[in-house]
Each structure stands twice: as structure tokens, then as C-alpha cells.
Design a protein around this ligand. Structure first.
Ligand code: 6R9
Length: 674
């Protein structure tokens, strides 16, 4: 069976040599962990310990209010503000000259072999600049506590500056990823009730200038057709493109907006309740209207602070780099708020991993001496395709910690980066969490001073204080090694508070499937396995799991097996209905550069599947060679679309699709196969 194979094969634990004297026995770690979740008292003690390391305007009087589940409230009675935690308090504590943010743009200067623009901000710089923006928002546009502004901004420093400015005012943001369509932007701006959109004229990516303002204008038209008025558009000037469409009175350049505001303008950060809203973020849901995950302030800050310390083992002296986009939750929590709350230096870059060459990232790590790195398995698999020389020519020895997020990491990709980037002496893990959880909830915890052995491909352990279970359809715990639904059975501080203006949907989507007998359980929508050591293996979305002749097989498992073959760069597996077996695997497969498609190769791949997962999957599997697979803009394979292709159904919502040609290509290849 698939389970046995996988968990047997990866029982070769890895211990980085620099940690060899600091390794927990599994039992010893388990005991530590169990203590934190033993009862409510311990749970509160555990989180209060971390909360106490942060300054508060006013301390809470209750750590966890669980009197109205599933609406949990954390650090009730406490008062704080995210801008205060990210900026003011560092200045008060004498860290004003500490480097807070490093940014580099994309346009490249070949002479000096680095980007033309690099900007560095101390904590004091961020403080002054965001104060000035806050002042302008308040005085010129009347932005007040509670108002939600929509940001449609690329990866430029003004994005975190505007985020921090609205936090000061007690206003909120709803950030829409700058790759989203006008329709998606309009839908989100209306749902959030925004009257102000902050954007840029354009962005740089892959050597091209991509206009944004036109998309905003189109979105505003859609809003207006529906009777929703956008009163102001603030636009950061990023490029020199000419002929930018302009509507007088509505549109204003950011530099004009702040021009006559004193650089010494100050706004006191508004004292907000711990359980007030900090922002909403619409999730890239698989179906239905986008869901606005509503995040808190105090609990969210504690969740981020704790995980920055435990999972990234962050130090003020570190250069920390999360290579995500701020438009996704990973960027909100781990490019902006998390690192700034901990007082470290956070790095952000504009562009793409392969421009001007496939070593852009390795070059960045070398130039700044990045210590802690956070990225996605998709990016790793993409960069793995290129010759190792691109890695080897850079000094990456500063990397101490390297975690991934967003999807299951196939052991192959894990081993590749552990060896080639980490030189087999880093702490690495796949940190599971989601938009709704606000903070990382699994991984490894070097910040405790000791680690448990690394297992390639796992999500490690649940964070101390977080109780996770793998349950069967009836809500009973699965045995170790058995696949089931991934469920969180106690509240955690960074959790979202509700879906914006839709409490009922919050209950229906997340809390109804497994809650019973007054015990509330959060359903993640994922499938997972807990192995014999208590390590978690998240297998992918529960709707991405195949049932082949009664055997459940995660699409991620098939894909992981496929990419273990030297010829395969990437694979996307979906289920194809089958008369007798119910479902069989259909694998869209992308070959690595230099491999030529042939019937022999397909035969060899099928054999490889048979060897790695077993005949259940391999015997009736179709392996279709394609040039690329369709992905969301955040890099997740859109299996739903591939499934539609092979079952002849409508494609449905494609707003999150990164590159439409991927789907056309799949259709063509499938036609040819038939
Ligand atoms: C942070 C983020 C959430 C979904 C989640 C799961 C998948 C995220 C993962 C992972 C396996 C990991 N996911 N991290 N699967 N291992 N380390 O990605 O949030 O965009 O909301 O996606 O991503 O399927 O349910 P979000």
C-alpha cells in the first residue's frame, strides 16, 4: 500500500551536524508538546508567556474567551496596535537605527551585476514615512478608524508603508494580489466596501512592464455599474510609462499626495482592542465567491511573534527573506507583520526568480547574506530544473534555516535544497498553515533550542499549544499511517475571527463538518496522515484525492512520485472516471529541459510509478506529456481545470489562473491523445 511505502522509505531522518548535540528524543519532545495542550490552563499559560514578551498599551484580562464558540477571542481586554508593535516600540526601545527593510527592484544593471534600485529602510525610516502617509490619509481623505482601504500594489516598499499607515489610524486593509484581474479586484473592493484604492502605474516582472492603472480603471467601472463608488485612487509612480489614463479629482499620485505633508508629521497609533480587526484578506477559494478572512490584532501579533521565534529562530541580527508576494497571506504575515514585530531585517524583492537569470535568488542570498529563507515548493521545483552551476557559483553559506510553505513538499525537492542550498547543515521543514489560520501551525522548532530529526516531505509537528487530529469520515481519530481529514481541535491566537460580514458561512465552511457534542473542531479542507512518530504529512486538499478501486491516493503523492524520476520537472495528477475502478490517475507531466518526449519514456514513467507508488495507481494511469501545467498566480496547480479538460466539463472560474496557454495546451494534448 502507498502509505507503508512512503513512511518506510523516508524513515531516514536527517540531522544537521551543527545541531547534533541539540536533538530531542521524540518521546522527550512529545512530552514537552503534550504539556502545552494538556488543558485550558496550560494552553493559556503557553500563549501568555509569548504575549508577555510583547509590549501592550493595556494588558489583557483574559487570555482566551471561549464562551461563544466558534467565535474565539484572544487576549480580551488587551489594547495594542500593529503599527505600534512593528515600529514605535522598537524606536522607544532604542532600535531606531536597526535595518528594518531591504528592497530591490527588478531592472538590472549588468555593469555592477545587481539591480539598478536598492532601497534600505531603518525602523526609524519606516516610522517616519508611514506616519507621513497616515497623516495624509487622515487629513486629506478623512480616513477613520474602521474604514477598509483596498490595496492593489506590486512588490514595492510603498505597500508595507501603506499597510502600516492604515494600522496606525485603526483603519484596515484588504490587499488584492497585483496579478488578479479587474473583475476579481472589483468584486473584492465592493465586498470590502472600500472607497479608496491604492495602486501603482505599473510593475516590473520578467523584463516587462505590466500596467496596473488600466486594470484599476476597469475594476472601478465594474464597481460603478453595480452602484459602488470608488472616490479616490492613489497611485505610486513605479515606472516611466507615459499616457497613463487619468480622472481628475479621483486620481492622485502618491508623491503629490504627501508632497505638502511635513516629514515630521506624526499620528499617535490608535489604541485598539486586541480582538478588533486588523485586516481582511480574500482567499483564493476553489469554488464560490471569495471568502474574506478577518484577522485580529492582539492574537494575530502573538501568533506571528511566537512562530517567528520558534520556527524561524529569528534574531535581530538576521537577514530574513520570505520570497512570497505580499498579496498572499504568507506575505502579510511573514514579509511584513511577523518580521517587523520581532525587530529583524526583512527583505523583499520585485520581479521573478528566473530574471535576469535563473540565479536571481541565489544572487540575492549571496549579496545580503540571507540567514533565514522561506519559499514555496513550486519555486524550488522550478529552480531545480536549471543546471546546478547557477547555484554553485554563489556563496549561500549564510543560510541557517530554510522552510517551505503553500503545498506539500515532495521529498525529492526537499533533499535537493537541503543538499545544494543548505549544504546538509540547515534546519528545514514544510510549515503548514492557511489564510484562515493567520500563522504557521506546523514545522520544526529550532527556536526551542533543540530540534527533532528532520524527515524529508513531512510537515513536522504541530506547534506547541496547537492540537491537530487526523479524523475519518465519522470524526474518529485515524490510526498512525492512515489517511484522514486534517482538523484543528483547539483555538490558536493567530486564527481568523470570522468571514467578513458572514458569520454563518464561517460556521458552515469550517466548523460544521466535524464539530459535535459541544466540541468545536476546525476543518482545514486538507487530507493528512500522522505517522507512527506523530509527524504530520499533509497530502493536499481533500478534494484533490483520488479513489482508485477503493484505495485513496493523494494527487500530491502521485506527483511527488513522478518528480522523483530524473526526467520529470513537474506533474499534476487528477482523477479520471473509470467504469470499473471508479477513478484512475491521469498525470499531466512536464519534462526537464533536454528530455525528448517518446513512447518509451512514457512507458518508463509508468514503470516508475508502479515502482514508487504501486500498481494500484500505475496500471490504468494515463501519463500525458505537456509543456506546462495550469497554476494559480500563487503557484498552486489548478487540478480542477485539468479535471474539467479530461471530463469534458466547463472550466468554470479561471480568475486565479496564471497563464491561460497552459490550459489550451492541456486541451490540445488531450484531444491528440483521444
Ligand atoms: C499559507 C498558505 C492553504 C492551503 C492548505 C494546504 C496548502 C499550505 C502547506 C500546504 C502542505 C504545507 N498548504 N502549506 N500543504 N504542506 N506546508 O499557503 O495559505 O494560500 O490559504 O493555502 O495550502 O492545502 O489548505 P493558503
Amino acid at each position: 500500500m502507498a502509505e507503508e511505502r512512503i513512511y518506510e522509505e523516508f524513515e531516514h531522518y536527517l540531522t544537521p551536524p551543527s545541531w547534533k548535540d541539540r536533538v530531542w528524543e521524540i518521546e522527550e519532545y512529545k512530552a514537552f508538546y503534550e504539556e502545552t495542550i494538556k488543558d485550558k490552563e496550560n494552553l493559556e499559560k503557553w500563549w501568555a508567556k509569548w504575549a508577555n514578551e510583547l509590549p501592550w498599551f493595556k494588558k489583557w484580562n483574559k487570555v482566551l474567551d471561549d464562551s461563544n464558540p466558534p467565535f474565539y477571542r484572544w487576549f480580551v481586554g488587551g489594547e495594542t496596535n500593529l503599527a505600534y508593535l512593528c515600529l514605535d516600540r522598537h524606536i522607544e526601545e532604542g532600535r531606531k537605527n536597526q535595518l528594518a527593510l531591504i528592497w530591490e527592484g527588478e531592472p538590472w544593471d549588468e555593469m555592477i551585476r545587481r539591480p539598478k534600485e536598492i532601497r534600505k529602510f531603518t525602523y526609524y525610516d519606516l516610522y517616519r514615512r508611514s506616519n507621513r502617509i497616515a497623516y495624509a490619509l487622515k487629513e486629506k481623505l478623512g480616513v477613520k478608524r474602521g474604514e477598509i482601504l483596498t490595496f492593489y500594489l506590486p512588490m514595492i516598499p510603498e505597500l508595507p508603508l501603506y499597510m502600516l499607515a492604515v494600522q496606525r489610524l485603526g483603519a484596515k486593509h484588504s490587499i488584492v494580489y497585483s496579478g488578479f484581474s479587474a473583475f476579481a479586484l472589483a468584486q473584492r473592493a465592493m465586498a470590502a466596501g472600500s472607497r479608496i484604492i491604492v495602486t501603482a502605474d505599473a510593475l516590473y516582472r520578467n523584463g516587462k512592464i505590466i500596467p496596473l492603472k488600466e486594470i484599476v480603471d476597469e475594476a472601478i467601472e465594474i464597481c460603478e455599474e453595480k452602484g459602488h463608488k470608488i472616490e479616490h485612487v492613489i497611485m505610486v509612480k513605479r515606472t516611466n510609462r507615459a499616457a497613463i489614463p487619468w480622472i481628475k479629482k479621483r486620481d492622485i499620485w502618491h508623491h503629490e499626495f504627501i508632497r505638502y505633508i511635513s516629514e515630521n508629521a506624526r499620528i499617535e497609533p490608535v489604541k485598539l482592542g486586541s480582538e478588533d480587526m486588523s485586516y481582511i484578506l480574500y482567499t483564493s477559494g476553489t469554488t464560490g465567491a471569495p471568502k474574506g478572512a478577518q484577522h485580529s490584532i492582539g492574537g494575530y501579533a502573538v501568533g506571528l511573534y511566537t512562530t517567528m521565534k520558534l520556527i524561524f529562530d529569528i534574531k535581530e541580527t538576521d537577514i530574513y527573506w520570505c520570497a512570497a508576494d505580499i498579496g498572499w497571506v504568507t506575505g502579510h504575515s511573514y514579509i511584513v507583520y511577523g518580521p517587523l514585530i520581532t525587530g529583524t531585517t526583512t527583505l523583499m524583492y520585485e520581479g521573478a526568480p528566473t530574471y535576469p537569470g535563473p540565479d536571481r535568488w541565489w544572487n540575492i542570498i549571496e549579496r545580503y547574506g540571507v540567514n533565514v529563507f522561506y519559499t514555496s515548493p513550486t519555486a524550488i521545483r522550478m529552480l531545480m530544473k536549471f543546471p546546478l552551476d547557477y547555484v554553485k557559483k554563489h556563496d549561500l553559506s549564510t543560510i541557517r534555516i530554510f522552510h517551505s510553505v503553500g503545498e506539500p513538499i515532495n521529498p525529492e525537492a526537499f533533499r535537493w535544497y537541503y543538499k545544494n542550498i543548505g549544504k546538509e547543515n540547515i534546519v528545514a521543514s514544510s510549515t503548514w498553515w492557511m489564510t484562515e489560520t493567520g500563522q504557521m501551525l506546523t514545522g520544526h522548532f529550532p527556536g526551542l533550542g533543540k530540534i527533532f530529526p528532520l524527515k524529508p516531505g513531512t510537515n513536522g509537528y504541530p506547534l506547541p499549544g496547537v492540537k491537530m487530529e487526523v479524523l475519518d469520515e465519522d470524526g474518529n481519530p485515524c490510526k498512525p499511517g492512515e489517511r484522514g481529514y486534517f482538523v484543528i481541535t483547539n483555538p490558536w491566537p493567530g486564527m481568523f475571527m470570522t468571514l467578513y460580514q458572514d458569520d454563518q458561512r464561517y460556521i458552515d465552511v469550517y466548523w460544521s463538518k466535524f464539530s459535535k457534542d459541544n466540541k468545536w473542531r476546525f476543518y482545514t479542507g486538507d487530507f493528512a496522515v500522522k505517522d507512527q512518530d506523530g509527524y504530520l504529512w499533509v497530502l493536499g486538499r481533500a478534494d484533490d484525492v483520488l479513489n482508485i478501486a477503493g484505495h485513496r491516493v493523494g494527487t500530491a503523492e502521485v506527483e511527488s512520485a513522478m518528480v522523483m524520476h530524473p526526467a520529470v520537472a513537474e506533474a499534476a495528477c487528477v482523477g479520471k472516471p473509470h467504469e470499473i475502478k471508479g477513478e484512475v490517475a491521469f498525470v499531466f507531466t512536464v519534462l526537464k529541459q533536454g528530455f525528448v518526449p517518446s513512447d518509451e519514456l512514457v512507458g518508463e514513467l509508468r514503470n516508475h510509478l508502479r515502482k514508487t507508488i504501486g500498481p494500484i495507481v500505475a496500471s490504468d494511469a494515463t501519463i500525458l506529456l505537456v509543456d506546462m501545467v495550469p497554476k494559480t498566480r500563487s503557484g498552486k496547480i489548478m487540478r480542477r481545470l485539468l479535471k474539467a479538460v479530461i471530463t469534458g466539463q466547463k472550466l468554470g472560474d479561471v480568475t486565479t489562473l496564471e497563464d491561460e496557454s497552459a490550459i489550451k495546451e492541456a486541451e490540445k494534448a488531450y484531444e491528440y491523445l483521444k
